[in-house]
Design a protein around this ligand. Structure first.
Ligand SMILES: *[C@@H]1O[C@H](CO)[C@@H](O)[C@H](O)[C@H]1NC(C)=O
Ligand SMILES: *[C@@H]1O[C@H](CO)[C@@H](O)[C@H](O)[C@H]1NC(C)=O
Ligand SMILES: *[C@@H]1O[C@H](CO)[C@@H](O)[C@H](O)[C@H]1NC(C)=O
Ligand SMILES: *[C@@H]1O[C@H](CO)[C@@H](O)[C@H](O)[C@H]1NC(C)=O
Length: 512
């Protein structure tokens, strides 16, 4: 892995606890580090803080930290204008008419389209200067809720779908993004920039996307909370895709409640994504914040399973590190069920015999459709992207890591026998998983993050990763809860219950 030439700079930065002054700096300082959405809304109401002050704070933090962390690709030139607008609205409108995330600055993974001055590039120069037809469905909802689009976060290029061995957190436009806890540690991906940026207090909240692990994994490695929603609960329209069969958009934030407020604002029907019609039935009346209950673990039945697809290996180090968490879950009233998933040869259904084969076929048509719909673009097909990469193959990384996944996808011939076999395998897995959850009356399964993702990815099921401590080197660990489709309310109760009982998250230590 390259890109750690930044290490020296890392040592040189002095990390004084930053603060922003309110009321022109005459009165007391307002502590902005680790500030939550709820803190912000209270400070707004008490007139101790404005959206402008908050945006100025985050922009200055991005300017200070981004040369080292490389987690932000672009700052929105209109962010301060949007902040002033939010401050105006707060003065002129009834407080109850404003959403929970009104006036809150949010950073978006760079594969989420915005029709404004920001580029949407999935980290690649191939899309720089392209013009999208409209805001992504989730962005439309964020703007309606009064959120401030702060900028675009870096990512593993093309959501890690260009080549197998490109390092997590690397893209051509941003270079290698860095884990703020331990610079030599994996930042994971592909929503690396979103996770790093909120972890290092460079934004209030953020959005990432997940096809298999891209929210849950970087959340775990950067000590933040990630929610990967049920497929179609959030619109994927206007998101640079891997496959509509698995892609999902979700929040990455410092706390469960922040993530829940953001989720609450972005769920729902979007005419540009058919899956949102099917999944909007899962949205509870009264919204998601009602499930932020400190006693949320009480009576919940949680499965511990041992299949690799659920992330729970039998590796003794993992099991030992996890044991105290399981005790904590029991202490808080959860019932733990230790079971095996009873599907013959279940391991065969992960990886190349299912997901990988299907994705390779589906990416080609999904990316071609996305590119075709762009208003302006010099690349219109996967073939164009491959040619673009060849032409610029002198660039560092491109030469080294190639574009194996692009090439494999381009070589697919549509839905052939191998594809159909892959889909059948995954359906078997989903059926077995759902049966196991129902037969055992399980509310969720629990694993060490981040490896819970495959089973959730393949079936479009939701998952939440919550900070669960740090290893002996200071690298963050996470705990993952996964459920059945539409089980977000239960997962939120469980995740919030665990978070409130443990409060593991600490701001980054910036160790080499
Ligand atoms: C978007 O990309 C163009 C280059 O094509 C650049 O000039 C512009 O500054 C970028 N926008 C932002 C907000 O950085
Ligand atoms: C893990 O351990 C359990 C219980 O001893 C065993 O039944 C299971 O087969 C093991 N799983 C793996 C993946 O080794
Ligand atoms: C499980 O795998 C073994 C070895 O590949 C194979 O012989 C067997 O038929 C498989 N069983 C099922 C139910 O697929
Ligand atoms: C696609 O079809 C061509 C021509 O029939 C064949 O040579 C190639 O192996 C096929 N590719 C895949 C991935 O099946």
């Amino acid at each position: 892995m390259t890109g750690y030439g930044v290490l020296l700079v890392f040592f040189a930065i002095t990390f004084i606890s930053p603060s922003i002054s309110v009321n022109g700096g005459i009165l007391r300082k307002f502590q902005a580090q680790e500030i939550t959405v709820q803190d912000i809304q209270i400070a707004f109401k008490q007139k101790k803080l404005t959206s402008r002050k908050l945006v100025e704070f985050y922009i200055s933090e991005i300017q200070r930290l981004n040369p080292v962390l490389k987690s932000v690709l672009e700052i929105n030139p209109d962010a301060l204008y949007q902040a002033d607008k939010a401050d105006q609205e707060r003065k002129s409108k009834a407080p109850l008419s404003l959403s929970n995330i009104h006036g809150i600055p949010i950073l978006l993974k760079d594969n989420i389209a915005t029709k404004d001055k920001l580029n949407t590039t999935a980290g690649s120069y191939a899309l720089l200067g392209s013009v999208v037809p409209r805001d992504a469905g989730v962005v439309e909802k964020l703007r309606k809720a009064g959120a401030i689009i702060l900028g675009k976060a870096s990512l593993s290029e093309w959501s890690h779908y260009r080549a197998d061995f490109i390092p997590n957190g690397w893209c051509a436009r941003g270079g290698q993004a860095v884990n703020p806890y331990v610079a030599s540690a994996d930042p994971c991906g592909s929503s690396s920039g979103s996770a790093i940026s909120v972890a290092a207090n460079m934004a209030a909240v953020s959005l990432g996307t997940e096809t298999d692990g891209s929210i849950l994994c970087p959340s775990s490695y950067n000590s933040v909370v990630g929610i990967k929603p049920t497929l179609g609960l959030t619109s994927r329209a206007g998101v640079v895709p891997i496959t509509p069969r698995q892609d999902s958009v979700g929040p990455i934030c410092r706390t469960v409640s922040d993530a829940v407020y953001v989720l609450d604002a972005i769920v729902g029907f979007d005419r540009n994504d058919a899956a949102t019609r099917r999944s909007s039935k899962f949205i509870p009346s009264g919204g998601y914040p009602q499930f932020l209950r400190t006693d949320g673990l009480r009576g919940k039945r949680l499965l511990i399973t041992h299949y690799p697809g659920f992330g729970f290996s039998n590796d003794s180090a993992v099991v030992n590190a996890f044991e105290p968490h399981l005790r904590k879950l029991r202490d808080k009233g959860a019932v733990l069920v230790d079971k095996l998933l009873e599907i013959p040869n279940v391991s065969d259904y992960f990886g190349s015999s299912g997901e990988d084969t299907a994705m390779s076929v589906e990416f080609k048509s999904a990316i071609n459709t996305y590119l075709k719909k762009l208003v302006v673009s010099h690349v219109r097909t996967l073939e164009d992207l491959i040619k673009f990469n060849h032409k610029f193959s002198g660039l560092e990384m491109l030469k080294e890591f190639g574009q194996s996944l692009f090439l494999a996808s381009e070589a697919t011939n549509g839905t052939d026998a191998a594809y159909r076999k892959a889909i059948t395998n995954m359906k078997k897995l989903n059926k077995g998983y759902e049966k196991m959850m129902r037969d055992n009356k399980l509310d969720a399964f629990v694993t060490p993050s981040p490896n819970c993702s495959p089973v959730l990815a393949i079936g479009g099921y939701p998952g939440i990763s919550v900070p669960a401590g740090y290893d002996s080197n200071g690298v963050p660990l996470g705990i993952c809860f996964g459920g059945l489709k539409g089980s977000e309310p239960k997962l939120i109760e469980i995740a919030y219950g665990f978070e409130q009982a443990t409060k593991f998250r600490r701001p980054p230590a910036f160790k080499p």
